[in-house]
Design a protein around this ligand. Structure first.
Ligand SMILES: Cc1cc2nc3c(=O)[nH]c(=O)nc-3n(C[C@H](O)[C@H](O)[C@H](O)COP(=O)(O)O)c2cc1C
Length: 215
């Protein structure tokens, strides 16, 4: 990511193979968990916005946002800020910026590059998605959902995504950021660009940035 340093090389499980592979990780700053708006005020302020300033999000804001979305809040168990059916943790959060697409890795609080180039226009069918500095893409990995049937996998991956997206809405309300969650996505085109497999499905996307009036 432009202006960011790769600070670590992680051994990660290669997707679908069960084998370790060497992956360069961009370590995010630790989340600032002490501040923020009182919850009731954040709930009062939460709303969708579809106009964004081009200004990129600073690393600390991105780190806080991703941790709020689905970060580890109990290191002893690895469990997250959002609940997850059966504790499957099947939703990957992909951060799509002008510089590329990155999977957020909650256990290491790092970004792992999954695709190069500016894929923001592919994250939705509405014009503003190309202008938002960040589009989050929520991808379910059905292989992590045990022996559940297809209907249960679809239901629980959708509900689990909803919790993550609401965490992002509340963080954005607290931080004064513009945000809208989106179901209108060309899943085939975006899935191909992200290199997704048959066991993965894009559930929703969510655009985030500073409100349009911000310089
Ligand atoms: C599952 C879901 C899918 C949505 N898809 C879109 C979308 O594709 N494009 C969009 O502009 N807004 C989308 N929205 C945002 C809704 O239009 C918005 O939440 C609604 O108008 C209520 O406004 P509020 O969020 O400000 O309360 C979606 C919301 C949800 C919950």
């Amino acid at each position: 990511m432009r202006g960011w340093r790769i600070v670590g090389v992680l051994m990660m499980g290669a997707m679908g193979t069960g084998q370790a592979q060497e992956t360069r990780a961009i370590k995010l700053p630790p989340p600032g968990t002490a501040g923020g708006m009182p919850l009731m005020q954040a709930l009062k302020a939460r709303h969708s916005t579809r106009e964004f300033a081009g200004k990129p999000l600073p690393p600390q804001v991105l780190a806080d946002l991703l941790w709020a979305a689905s970060g580890v809040n109990r290191p002893d168990t690895g469990q997250r800020t959002a609940p997850s059916a059966h504790d499957w943790r099947e939703i990957d959060v992909i951060a799509v910026t002008a510089d590329g697409a990155y999977r957020y890795d909650p256990p290491t609080h790092s970004l792992i590059k999954v695709a190069a180039g500016d894929l923001r226009p592919l994250t939705g069918v509405q014009d503003f998605v190309a202008a938002a500095p960040l589009n989050l893409v929520y991808v379910a990995d059905f292989d992590r959902m045990g022996e559940a049937g297809a209907a249960d996998k679809a239901f629980y991956s959708a509900t689990d995504t909803g919790f993550i997206a609401q965490n992002v809405y509340l963080y954005c309300a607290s931080a004064g950021l513009a945000v809208v969650v989106r179901g209108l996505v060309d899943r085939e085109a975006l899935g191909a660009a992200l290199g997704l497999g048959k066991h993965q499905r894009i559930i929703l996307s969510q655009s985030v940035g500073y409100p349009a009036a911000t310089r």
